[in-house]
Write a protein that binds this ligand. Structure first.
Ligand SMILES: Nc1ncnc2c1ncn2[C@@H]1O[C@H](COP(=O)(O)OP(=O)(O)OP(=O)(O)O)[C@@H](O)[C@H]1O
Ligand SMILES: [Mg+2]
Length: 472
């Protein structure tokens, strides 16, 4: 029952029953007033006929028994029929009670009729009323009867009851018809769309499950067409994603093999430096550099191709030690001594929760970028790594006084392969760093960059996301 009431067709059914009943009530009031007026008119007419019957027998006087019979047949106690000013005809029997009200039908408007009918319905018991009207067929100036209200009320109630039953039948029939029509026109097409959505959701890459717009109703057709467009786009995007994934796997394989080949080539090129030939000796280091760059590219691609970094195994790590290692490594890697000064401001024994190996790569990538930018600008500069320890998080900042991010890098920040603006870079360092930090539940952001320098900020929340969720 509940589900019927909450369904579209169920609601329509109930609303129709309600509305038809309401319409019937609106009709009921005036029609019962009309019924009463007609009833009274009928009584007047019958009384007039009775009076005329007496008139027809004018030569011999009518016995009181016949008079009473005539009045009973007309359903009234008294009749007064004024033929014209002079002549008046009166039939009468005993009236059981005082006349309680007089109704003149000659000048009764609809409002008065409705009001009188309502009064009649609510009144209790039997009473006597006087009714005045115009005789039919110009049979006189005026006719007046006194009558009992009980039969009138009974007839009115009977009539009302019949109207009520009729309305119930009409509304039931209408509602049933509407129920089936709504089902056929609205519910079925909507169900079809919903079923299609469900089927499509279970296998969105299957193009056969895309909906074929079929409804002839404009609104539903629009919905079907919109759904179709959506499904087409989604299916296409999914296919593209599959292609890209396949391509990615192929690139990873190629990079892997290429790296091995290039590594052997580097070893060979190293030996060429020992050659006696001055040209070979001169060119060998350049060859080695190019090969090394190619190896790095392959390694970067491979690292990135491992779809996602392994989830970090978080453990307390001494950040000061970690930063010192990075500083040392970068100082060693510097192409020119003294151009970039790398310094740690991390207080000793600052312990953070992180995956030591992954986090070192993050710092190394950021610090190396800063050093490389300073070296490229050929202007002395500083790189400073500092940390802020608040109850919620560790904020690690790498600030440099280099030339700032070039526009290309700024626009494609953290996008793999796209943000690289250095000649021998791959554009992967920051993307990988960002991914790792995200894996730690933290954020890596570019805080500011200008010609005066750049600073990147890593924010590592102290409470892991899982813990926060559990607490909530
Ligand atoms: N501190 C910085 N100052 C100036 N430019 C920077 C700085 N850090 C990054 N960049 C710019 O952002 C680009 C993208 O850096 P990212 O580390 O992602 O790639 P890459 O250094 O070019 O290559 P990879 O790190 O993969 O070898 C760099 O090419 C560089 O131009
Ligand atoms: Mg880099």
């Amino acid at each position: 029952m509940r589900s019927f009431l909450n369904s579209l067709s169920g609601r329509f059914f109930l609303l129709t029953v309600g509305f038809v009943m309401l319409a019937e009530v609106l009709i009921f009031v005036p029609s019962i007033a009309r019924f009463r007026a007609e009833y009274l008119m009928d009584r007047l007419e019958r009384a007039q006929i009775a009076a005329l019957a007496v008139l027809a027998a004018m030569d011999e006087p009518v016995s009181p028994e016949v008079e009473a019979e005539l009045l009973a047949a007309a359903g009234v106690y008294n009749v007064v029929l004024q033929r014209d000013k002079a002549r008046e005809l009166v039939l009468s029997t005993t009236v059981p009670a005082e006349v309680s009200a007089t109704y003149d039908l000659r000048d009764a408007g609809p409002v008065a009729l409705i009001r009188d009918a309502a009064r009649e319905l609510v009144a209790s018991g039997d009473s006597v009323i006087r009714v005045i009207g115009e005789p039919i067929k110009s049979g006189g100036r005026l006719i007046e009867v006194t009558m009992s209200t009980a039969p009138l009320r009974a007839a009115m109630i009977d009539y009302g009851w019949r109207i009520l039953q009729l309305s119930a039948v009409i509304s039931a029939i209408t509602a049933t018809l509407l129920f089936f029509v709504v089902r056929a026109i609205l519910v079925m097409p909507i169900r079809r769309v919903v079923r299609n959505m469900q089927a499509y959701t279970s296998a969105p890459e299957d193009a056969r499950r895309i909906i074929e717009p079929r409804s002839r109703l404009r609104e539903i057709r629009d919905a079907e067409e919109a759904l179709r467009t959506l499904q087409l786009q989604l299916t296409r995007a999914l296919r593209q994603k599959e292609h890209l994934a396949a391509l990615g796997r192929a690139v990873a394989k190629i990079s892997h093999d290429l790296r091995n080949i290039l590594t052997s080539a580097t070893l060979l090129a190293d030996r060429m430096e020992l050659s006696e030939d001055p040209t070979v000796k001169r060119l060998a280091p350049r060859l080695v550099r190019s090969l090394t760059r190619a190896v790095h590219l392959c390694e970067g691609t491979l690292a990135f191709g491992r779809a996602e970094e392994a989830p970090p195994s978080l453990a307390p790590v001494d950040l000061a030690d970690l930063v010192d290692e990075v500083v040392e490594a970068e100082e060693l890697a510097a192409s020119e001594r003294g151009l970039a000064t790398i310094r740690s401001e991390v207080p000793p024994h600052t312990v953070v929760r992180a995956d030591a190996e992954q986090f070192q790569r993050v710092l190394q990538n950021i610090v190396r970028n800063a050093r490389q930018a300073i070296e490229q600008a050929k202007r002395p500069g500083d790189v400073v790594i500092s940390v802020e320890d608040t109850p919620e998080a560790w904020t690690i900042r790498v600030r440099d006084t280099g030339p700032g991010l070039p526009p290309k890098a700024r626009e494609n920040l953290f996008r793999p392969f796209q943000g690289g603006a250095r000649r021998d870079g791959t554009g992967l360092g920051l993307a990988i760093a960002e991914e790792i930090v995200r894996g730690h539940g933290g954020t890596l952001a570019l805080e500011e960059t200008s010609e005066e320098g750049t600073s990147f900020v890593i924010r590592l929340p102290k409470r892991s996301i899982a813990l926060t969720e559990a607490a909530e």
